[in-house]
Structures are given as structure tokens and as C-alpha cells.
Ligand binder design. Structure first.
Ligand code: IVH
Length: 731
């Protein structure tokens, strides 16, 4: 089943027909010979712009809109044109830049040693050329010893340790300046806060890849889909989105992992080979990839590539190729870098996994939040070792050939039932239909008419103003939405009722035994009073029915955050539910505050809600809207008659700042704003965005402006960063 509200889009190559397995191209055979100087100049400008757009989507928005293979093809073409017309090379050329500028959400960190990228090889011949180049450069007769490692498809991270302690964690950014994600990284269990061992270099930067396993990614996505929150296109985006959270507690709830494979500044090099360094990083507390292998010939390196390609689907995490590195560090030193990549390493990329098959039907799934998601039913086909019979079509625009930005995709070619289509497993997980083989379109194939009514309840399905998602408007009458809401209600992170899964929800709903959440808790009483018993149903014996009732009864006492999450309010995931529970403490306080917040954005209650760190306007509005609907309140009352809600874990009261309201302003240099907020809240303080009479402290960093003036005007205590640190360290 595909999550609702998903908005991943894929563009295709400009050709109208896409073959099942595109011919592998090497760096050499990108046809540029026919180009005139003027044509080359114009095309380079166009390619640079296109690459910049995709860099931004990939690095800053965590939302790529083309596959890696397509992106590589763009860069390859740009490189080939530059190679033919070297005078056209400029400092702005894609070959001279890495990634994208930091996004501006986090403080910036200048890398002590730049974080560069890798050149790519797409064929055995490209790999042989790489080795030959190394030999020529170093004047070697023998093939140098090479370290081969899986190329992890995550995002690179630089960790700086001083005197063995983690001091900064930064993303790659543009290679020179990245984003400060220290507070978030401190929540990743696989990243040590302190290095192991008695004698570690005084300064030690370890670099590697943050990633998410396929299993964790799927679990996270289904959780996200349940709550109508962002669904990630692949584990890489999921890892990037999780790492770059404003609220470190959200990162903490995401299962991020880390493989160390290289380093930046190190004050005292402990080893002389790449392989030795990998072993050493293992000793000082990092996880390194166990498949890292020494290769003594090109054949051994290629055998590694083929071997890992064959088990790729079973690794449990995504890789997009293999990285070969010269083992001797003194040779690495001599080889150095050329523009954005080292001469001593290369990435041997896998071809995108694609296959062609027939689109037999398009089904519409209705999610819990009413989103209508089109799903392609395909004639089963093997894509990279996995049989695929369903693929996502994202939304109605995608079927029509229109991208998220309103621009044509696939040259504006639409997708029709009966078409032969190219299916791709992006990030090896969610198969998608990427293009159409127009030559094979049957004469009778007709454009697909996306339904304007819900296929389940017949209500109008309308498009949101700013999105491509069409939603069923029958929120409270649509059986599909009701069933999905109930599935969510009993799910693991909500009420977690054992033995009450999707199957029971569907059956009990269809037989009108359970129509609402409260019905779950009155099921036993009604069963006792009814002539037809649950035990009369097929597959329900005395024991299983007893167990089911016991499991339901066990959940009559529930923690507040589970209840809030279970309500299925749009955009309220587990993390937000916890924030709300902690902030309001009880269901009564929460409900009355939400009703007061319904008075408008100017109300104190709304401002208070919006000020909770991690709760933005979108979430706040969704919560307020939920509580403003009388039918939701009636359903909640019915439920509360049946259950007892445990008060939320109270904020700390035993610290110097407990119960105080603090505002951070100006440029903070001792900690990031996120870090400051997270630690203040952990200690029981409330962090507000604006200064008022209720503010207890204003912590002013460099060049603080109007908030500092306001604090002085109101006589609010103003602290420097150091004074704040001293205060939170006191008891
Ligand atoms: S070495 C100087 N080793 O691939 C370059 N990179 O396409 C040092 N990557 O930015 C990078 N697995 O994010 C290296 N085993 C590995 C890798 C790896 C994944 C990523 C890394 C890098 C990108 C380049």
C-alpha cells in the first residue's frame, strides 16, 4: 500500500521513448563532437542552471526530482563539453562546485578541511582508466593496492572532536561551509560523544555517512503516512530530513545510523594506510563498513563491485555504488585533488534499476486524511531482483505529465491504462512509474480521468489550493477514512491494542460492530448483551476473544501523548503529540486551551500553542481545527467515558530555570538556537519567541536588536550567553 499525500516526482530524459535498460554510457561516449563553440557555450549555461536546480532540491530540500542516474548524465554531459572546449570552463561551472549552499536553517560551520566529492566511473573501462591515471601520476609499474568500500546512499557528516570530545557536527553544505547539526547529532546513538582510547589526537575530524536502514525507513514512512505527515521518497531523504530537524527530539526519535569512512583535520595521523585508518576508526568507537576490502588488482576491484551488486538488495541499507581508494596515504597525499574530486578515489556507480512492463489498471486509494493516491497495477516484472506489481503514480498531475512545480515532466506525456511503462525502484524501495514507451501505446488508450468524487463514499474530492493532492471531503462519513483512522487508533504508537490489527478493524467496521474509537471499548459489554457473539465468527475462538477483550481492557489507561497521537489530527505525529502532552499536561487542559486558541491567531492560547518549540503554524492550525469540530468533540467525549488518561510526564521543577519563560535573541555563538531551546525545555523552562511582561529572561547574543530593547523597556532580566550557561548549571 502506498502512503497518501506523497509528492515525489520524477522527470525523464527528454527523449520520448525510454528503453528498458538504457545503454550504459562511459565518460567517453557522450556525443559532443558535433557541437559548435556557440552551441557548446549555450548548452553549458543550460546544464549549469539545471544542475544547480537539482543540487538545491537534493541538498537543501531533501526532495530530488530526478534519479541519480539522470543527474549523473547531466554532469557527465557538462564535463564532456568542457573537456572538448576547455576555454568555456568557469569558476561557476558544475565541475568546480560541490553540492549547494547551506540552507540557512542552521548556523554555519566552516570545514577545517574541505569536504569534497568523488568523480564517477560508470563502466569497467572507466575504472581501468582511473587506475591507469594513478599509475601514470605516481610512475608506478604495478597496480596500487586499492581499498573498495560500499558507497552508502546517505548524507555525509563531519564530526570534530577536540581532546576526545565531540564539539561540532556539520553537514557537507557546499563543501567549504556546512550546517551545524551538533545538537541533533548528539542524539544519534552510533556517534560517540567521546572517543575511545587513552591517546587520541587532540584534534580529530571523523567523516562518514548518516543513513537509515531500509527496514527503519519503511517503518518510519508508514508511521508518517498514518498521521498524514511527510512521506519520504527513499531512505536517503528520510535520513536527511531526520537529521535536519529544528527540534533535536525529533531527530532523537528517528533511527539514524552512521558509517565512518574518512576524516578531515587530524592533528596526529595514527596510521599510514586507508585500510589502517578504517580499522583505527573502529577502535576509537565508530561503526565502519564490514565489507571494506583490500584489492590487489583491477579484477579484484571489479569482482568486489559485482559481488556487492549481487547482494545489494539484501544489505539492509541503500548503496549506490562502490568507492575505490588508493590505500597508501602518502600516495593519496601526492595524488591530491583536481577541482572537486580527489585523484586517489573514484565512485563506481550502479546503473538505475529499471524495467518495462504494462500498466493494467490505475486504482485509487483513500488514506486516513482523505488523500486520493493513484496506484499503478502492473503486469509483474522484476526490477533489480524484486518482483514489482504495484507502483506509485503520486497524484493526478503526475499522471497528466505535470511536475510539482507546474512544469511539464516526461515532455508532458501522460500515463494511460494499457501503456507500456518504465518502472524504477528509487532508492530501492518505492517503485515508481517514470516514463512511457510511446511507440507501444495502444490505439485505444485514453487519457486517464482522475475521479472528482471519492471512489469509496462518493463525496466530492477537491484539490488543495497549493498542492496536487485531491482529498475526499466526506471526512466523517467516508468509510475508507473511518477505517484508516481506526487502524491508526489501534496502531503501535497510538493505543497499541494487541490482536486488534487491520484485519479486525476492517471486519468489525464492515459488520458495524466498531464504527468509532469508543466502540472498541464498549465491544465487550455489547457482545455480552447480544445474541450473536464474537465467538460465532469464523476464526474467533473463546480464547482469542477473551485475549482480545483483555488487550482492549489493558489499554483503558492510556498516556496522554498516545491519546493525542491516536486522535489522528493531521500533521500531529508522535513527536508533536509528545510536545503537546508535555506542554498541556492533561486532556482537559489541552482541550480547553485548544478551544480558546480557536478564538483566533491573536489569542494568548494560540500564541502559546504556536510558541511550543517544534509546533509550527501548520500543526497549530490543524489541532485548533480538529477541536473546533463538534462531531470530533462528541467522539472524544464518548471515548473519554471509557478510558482514563494518565497525566503527561511533568516538566522538571528542580532546576534554576524551571517554570521560567526565556527568549533567545541575537546571534548565539556558544550554542545554536535549537540547542539552547532544547536544553532550556529539558530543564523545565518555556522558550518563547517574543518578549512580553511574562518573560523571565532574555538571553542576548551578538547584535541583538528589538527584542533586547523591549526587554530593557519592560525591565526583564537580560543575560549574556555565559550568564545563561552559569544559571542552568546551578541547582
Ligand atoms: S569518500 C574526498 N567513501 O559519496 C571524498 N564517500 O559522491 C571523500 N560516500 O560526499 C568521500 N560512501 O557522501 C567516501 N565509502 C565512502 C562513501 C562516500 C558514500 C558519499 C559521500 C561523498 C559522496 C561522493
Amino acid at each position: 500500500m502506498f502512503p497518501n499525500g506523497q509528492t515525489i516526482s520524477m522527470t525523464s530524459k527528454p527523449s520520448k521513448t525510454v528503453k528498458a535498460k538504457p545503454k550504459r554510457r562511459t565518460n567517453k561516449d557522450v556525443a559532443v563532437e558535433h557541437l559548435t563553440h556557440a552551441q557548446a557555450k549555450a548548452e553549458l549555461v543550460r546544464l549549469a542552471l539545471e544542475i544547480a536546480v537539482h543540487d538545491r532540491r537534493y541538498y537543501q530540500d531533501d526532495a530530488p526530482s530526478i534519479s541519480d542516474a539522470e543527474y549523473d548524465a547531466l554532469r557527465r554531459r557538462s564535463d564532456a563539453i568542457e573537456a572538448r572546449f576547455p576555454d568555456l570552463l568557469t569558476a561557476q561551472s558544475p565541475s568546480q562546485t560541490v553540492g549547494a549552499q547551506p540552507s540557512g536553517r542552521f548556523a554555519k560551520v566552516r570545514h577545517a578541511a574541505p569536504m569534497l566529492s568523488l568523480g564517477n566511473a560508470f563502466s569497467d573501462e572507466d575504472v581501468a582508466d582511473f587506475i591507469e591515471r594513478v599509475q601514470r601520476f605516481l610512475k608506478l609499474d604495478e597496480v596500487p593496492v586499492i581499498v573498495a568500500e560500499p558507497k552508502i546512499d546517505g548524507l555525509s557528516l563531519s564530526l570534530r572532536y577536540e581532546q576526545g570530545q565531540l564539539v561540532t557536527a556539520a553537514t557537507r553544505g557546499d563543501g567549504f561551509e556546512g550546517e551545524d547539526v551538533t545538537a541533533n547529532v548528539r542524539t544519534i546513538a552510533e556517534i560517540p560523544q567521546a572517543l575511545k582510547g587513552k591517546t587520541v589526537p587532540a584534534v580529530c575530524e571523523i567523516r562518514g555517512e548518516v543513513y537509515m536502514t531500509t527496514k527503519d525507513f519503511l517503518a518510519l514512512n508508514s508511521k508518517q503516512a498514518e498521521i498524514g505527515d511527510t512521506v519520504f521518497a527513499n531512505p536517503r531523504n528520510s535520513a536527511a530530513g531526520s537529521l535536519r530537524q529544528k527540534d533535536p527530539s525529533i531527530t532523537a526519535s528517528r533511527p539514524l545510523k552512521f558509517f565512518a569512512y574518512t576524516w578531515g583535520e587530524i592533528s596526529d595521523m595514527p596510521e599510514t594506510t586507508q585500510f589502517g585508518m578504517v580499522k583505527w576508526m573502529g577502535k576509537i568507537g565508530f561503526v565502519t563498513n564490514p565489507r571494506t576490502t583490500l584489492c590487489r588488482s583491477i579484477d579484484e576491484a571489479l569482482a568486489f563491485y559485482r559481488g556487492i551488486g549481487a547482494v545489494r538488495a539484501d544489505l539492509g541499507y541503500d548503496i549506490d555504488g562502490v568507492v575505490y581508494k588508493v590505500d597508501r596515504l602518502d600516495w593519496q597525499q601526492r595524488l591530491g585533488f583536481v577541482s572537486r574530486s580527489p585523484r586517489w578515489a573514484i565512485a563506481h556507480k550502479f546503473a538505475a534499476e529499471q524495467a518495462t512492463t504494462e500498466l493494467e489498471a490505475i486504482d485509487i486509494q483513500v488514506g486516513r486524511t482523505g488523500a486520493l493516491t493513484p496506484v499503478a497495477r502492473l503486469k509483474p516484472v522484476t526490477v533489480g531482483g524484486v518482483v514489482v506489481s504495484n507502483a506509485t503514480l503520486h497524484n493526478e498531475d503526475y499522471i497528466k505529465g505535470i511536475g510539482n512545480d507546474g512544469e511539464p515532466i516526461r515532455d508532458g506525456v501522460d500515463i494511460r491504462v494499457g501503456d507500456t511503462v518504465v518502472v524504477q525502484r528509487a532508492g530501492d524501495v518505492i517503485p515508481q512509474v517514470v516514463s512511457v514507451v510511446l511507440d507501444k501505446r495502444p490505439d485505444d488508450a485514453r487519457p486517464y480521468k482522475f475521479p472528482h468524487t471519492c471512489p469509496v463514499c462518493g463525496s466530492h474530492a477537491v484539490r488543495e489550493e497549493d498542492g496536487a493532492v485531491r482529498r475526499c471531503t466526506g471526512v466523517l462519513i467516508c468509510p475508507a477514512q473511518a477505517v484508516e483512522r481506526l487502524k491508526h487508533f489501534v496502531s503501535r504508537n497510538a493505543f497499541d491494542i494487541e490482536g486488534f490489527g487491520d484485519k479486525q478493524v476492517q471486519e468489525f467496521y464492515a459488520d458495524k460492530l466498531v464504527q468509532s474509537a469508543a466502540d472498541i471499548f464498549t465491544l465487550e459489554k455489547r457482545d455480552a448483551a447480544s445474541k450473536t457473539k464474537l465467538t460465532d465468527r469464523e476464526g474467533y475462538g473463546e480464547v482469542s476473544v477473551r485475549n482480545l477483550f483483555n488487550a482492549i481492557n489493558e489499554r483503558r489507561r492510556v498516556e496522554l501523548h498516545r491519546l493525542i497521537f491516536a486522535l489522528g489530527i493531521r500533521h500531529v505525529g508522535e513527536g508533536n503529540a509528545k510536545l503537546l502532552a508535555r506542554h498541556y499536561g492533561s486532556i482537559d487542559a489541552f482541550r480547553s486551551a485548544m478551544q480558546a486558541a480557536g478564538e483566533g491567531h491573536d489569542s494568548e492560547a494560540y500564541k502559546d500553542l504556536n510558541d511550543i518549540e517544534g509546533v509550527g503554524e501548520v500543526v497549530a492550525d490543524a489541532v485548533v481545527e480538529f477541536f473546533a469540530e463538534p462531531r470530533n468533540m462528541a467522539a472524544l467525549d464518548d471515548l473519554l467515558d471509557e478510558i482514563e488518561v494518565l497525566p503527561a510526564e511533568q516538566a522538571r521543577t528542580d532546576t534554576a530555570v524551571a517554570g521560567k519563560t526565556v527568549v533567545f535573541t541575537g546571534t548565539l555563538t556558544k550554542f545554536t538556537r535549537d540547542e539552547a531551546k532544547a536544553s532550556a525545555e529539558r530543564l523545565g523552562a518555556k522558550v518563547a519567541g517574543s518578549v512580553s511582561k511574562k518573560t523571565d529572561y532574555v538571553v542576548a547574543g551578538e547584535s541583538a536588536g528589538s527584542k533586547l530593547d523591549k526587554a530593557r523597556e519592560l525591565g526583564v532580566a537580560v543575560l549574556t550567553e555565559d550568564e545563561w550557561l552559569a544559571l542552568i548549571e546551578t541547582r
